[in-house]
Ligand binder design. Structure first.
Ligand code: MRU
Length: 368
């Protein structure tokens, strides 16, 4: 997608064929800094420190991280070490394990001298697939926006509320929740997005608003607690969020606060969809609340905020008293009963075991 007059993906191979380029997302929206990753340590740090974030992009970066690691040590021990190191970076987004398993399975059976090159090609394939998958999610979700647009008085936009950043910066390209929005906008359908700021790290304010602005999609930034009010006043036609892990029975784990939006949506009869590739489904778990590990991050993300001062300097300021105890749960789980449907690359299905199994019978069967 575009930043200014340039097309970008969120990750791409460097021209030297030996390093990977990413956008340091901790610097957005104030600065566009491209960073080069050239080894396992770089890739692990980029994920852990959230230079890259968003479930599909975490997976894509981990795949390249394996390729970079295998250049340094292609032995079985090297493969195992790289897997463990990358797997430990962040606990909730299942795309991380999905990508690491995929690389280990394909590469582990090759002789060591062939591993690095094969992993490099596989990482590129995972990236291309992710872009195509998200575009397909967009096509499938577009139908939902079109159906609402047909019911609206002429000229009135379809109002979509989204949480966090499930946009192209969270994937390789297009985004999951944003793909239907971009396609609707490009097709000339009037669409307007309410962007939750998404405390504590403000991925909505810093990333989603940045993306939508660069693509020319009308949007309004709102505080996290505004969603219920907007829905009570008929200002939201549709919620679309992303997912970090969706269980076999359709529970959706996503950025903290997603659950509260789903409750407000249910109370106000607003359809609430999660958009996700099948790589986000964890077929090994059913009950998301009981079984999904929820990342807890450092308290300073809550006690402080980072932003640009009126003097044009990026600064971190404290907003709580110095010794206030802080808890920082990064994700929550929205039970399937509150989810109107899952928008996937194979179509839109009910958020249930039967719904997912109907779209992905081969994967659901393997799990059973
Ligand atoms: O902590 P983050 O920024 O990695 O969290 C990202 C989200 O919660 C996204 O909504 C999710 O990964 C879906 S990305 C298409």
């Amino acid at each position: 997608m575009r930043i200014g007059d340039r097309d970008f993906r969120s990750i791409w191979p460097g021209g030297d064929g030996e390093s990977v380029r990413i956008i340091d997302q901790t610097k957005l929206p104030h600065a566009l800094e491209i960073v080069s990753l050239s080894g396992l340590d770089d890739a692990a740090k980029a994920i852990a420190d959230m230079w890259v974030r968003g479930a599909p992009l975490i997976g894509a970066t981990a795949a390249y991280g394996m390729a970079l690691a295998l250049r340094q040590d292609p032995s079985d021990a090297g493969l195992g070490h790289a897997y463990e190191r990358l797997h430990a970076t962040r606990p909730t987004a299942i795309n991380l394990r999905w990508a690491l398993d995929r690389v280990r399975l394909a590469i582990g059976r090759l002789p060591p001298r062939e591993r690095a090159q094969a992993a490099w090609h596989l990482a590129a394939e995972i990236c291309d697939e992710d872009a195509a998958t998200n575009r397909q999610i967009g096509e499938n979700g577009l139908a939902l926006i079109e159906a609402i647009a047909r019911q609206k008085p002429a000229g009135e936009p379809v109002n979509v509320l989204t949480h966090c950043n499930a946009g192209w910066l969270a994937t390789v390209d297009w985004g999951t929740a944003t793909a239907p929005i971009y396609l609707a906008h490009d097709k000339g359908i009037a669409v307007h997005v309410y962007v939750d700021e998404t405390r504590p790290r403000n991925q909505g304010a810093g990333l989603t608003a940045f993306e939508l602005g660069n693509h020319g999609v009308p949007h309004t930034l709102v505080v996290d607690n505004a969603g219920g009010h907007l829905m009570q006043h008929g200002m939201v036609d549709l919620c679309i969020v992303g997912s970090d892990r969706t269980t076999a029975q359709g529970d959706v784990c996503n950025k903290i606060g997603t659950y509260l939006k789903a409750l407000a949506a249910r109370d106000n009869g607003v359809p609430f969809y999660a958009a996700l590739p099948v790589s986000t489904v964890d077929w090994t778990v059913r009950d998301g609340v009981a079984e999904i590990p929820i990342e807890q991050r450092g308290g300073e993300e809550v006690s402080h905020v980072v932003g640009m001062s009126d003097r044009g300097v990026v600064e971190r300021v404290r907003i709580a008293p110095e010794r206030t105890p802080v808890a920082n749960y990064a994700f929550d789980v929205t039970p399937a009963r509150l989810v109107s449907g899952l928008i996937t690359e194979r179509g839109v299905c009910e958020a249930s075991e039967a719904g997912l199994a109907a779209l992905f019978p081969e994967l659901a069967r393997k799990r059973a």
